[in-house]
Design a protein around this ligand. Structure first.
Ligand code: ASP
Length: 316
């Protein structure tokens, strides 16, 4: 590392999915995202590692009941909340995560603990056992709004592909996605990525989300990526790892996003992603209608809330 600290970079997301138009959602979502971007960016400026900044960002997004992760997670077909989260530290190129864990406030903390464990990805039963071992207090992440959504969906026999991207007071027509993610570059030039989700919503018990797989969350020394959208589509594209490998092999982050999203579009996938490269580039992409992302590039804060419909990629 040179003596000059690198300028930190940060991008976060609160999911991808269908339009927020007419739901009074965009301004409220922007406010939530900007507040978290500002808090986490300040921590990066104080010298925090990208890994710690990602954990803080994920925790704040998990605690916001608007987003489908932690408190405010959507319910599965049997009316239970099961959450998945992962953390990848680019400096050590180490992935850790939990799959389908219940009754806790911040799944990202389990992923954090597992970074230094010999067994780094735990699923439901093992994750519950770890919660007890660590004496993590029990927490019910269920909100009234998500319960109402589930009751409404049950009446329609769960005919939606996914739950609403954002918990809305106005429930009708809220089909979309959820999930949260954070990718950061710290002053030492290290990248990290974290992703956390309540899943697609209304899914079969035991369904595994991309969010705790390298397909949905991946980082190395060159770049970090967090994905959102239909998990099956993200897994089929192996999207996070695919973009990171392209950057590792010499593509710019912008090109890696563009090529990967052109392919995703050709394959008719429904997804989105955010990323940061060691070069300092920040990028985003989507094939879904909207992507709820916000970033800090060291100069200013921006967001992707009003991108045109259809496939889009962008960078700064
Ligand atoms: N990718 C998540 C899943 O399929 C859902 C989402 O991003 O909203 O579990």
């Amino acid at each position: 590392m040179s003596n000059h600290p690198v300028q930190p970079k940060l991008i976060i997301h609160g999911g991808a999915g269908s339009s927020l138009k007419g739901k009074g959602g965009a301004e409220a979502v922007r406010k939530s995202l900007y507040h978290i971007v500002e808090t986490v960016y300040e921590q990066l400026l104080r010298g925090s590692s990208s890994k710690d900044a990602v954990i803080l960002g994920c925790q704040l997004l998990e605690d916001d009941p608007r987003f489908n992760a932690g408190t405010g997670s959507v319910l599965q077909s049997d009316g239970q909340v099961r959450m998945s989260a992962s953390l990848m530290d680019g400096a050590s190129q180490r992935f850790s995560g939990v799959i389908n864990v219940s009754r806790l406030k911040n799944p990202i903390y389990l992923a954090q603990f597992l970074q230094d464990s010999a067994d780094r990805v735990l699923s439901d039963y093992g994750a519950a056992q770890l919660l007890r071992e660590l004496n993590i207090p029990t927490h019910d992440p269920l909100t009234d709004l998500r319960l109402q959504e589930w009751i409404q969906e049950r009446a329609g026999n769960f005919n939606k592909d996914m739950a609403g991207v954002i918990a809305e007071a106005e429930l009708a027509d809220s089909a979309g996605r959820g999930t949260i993610g954070v990718v950061a570059l710290d002053q030492a030039g290290h990248v990290a990525a974290g992703t956390s989700t309540g899943g697609k919503g209304f899914e079969r018990i035991g369904r595994v989300s991309d969010s705790a797989m390298p397909a949905g969350n991946y980082a190395n020394a060159w770049a970090g990526i967090s994905c959102t959208g239909i998990g099956e589509d993200i897994i089929d594209e192996c999207l996070a790892a695919r973009i990171v490998v392209r950057v590792t092999d010499g593509a710019s982050l912008e090109d890696a996003f563009h090529r990967s999203f052109v392919e995703s579009q050709q394959h008719q996938r429904d997804l989105g992603a955010i990323g940061v490269a060691q070069s300092g580039a920040i990028a985003w992409g989507k094939t879904s209608e909207i992507l709820l992302a916000a970033y800090h590039n060291g100069e200013s804060i921006g967001d992707t809330l009003e991108l045109p419909e259809g496939m889009q990629t962008g960078s700064c």
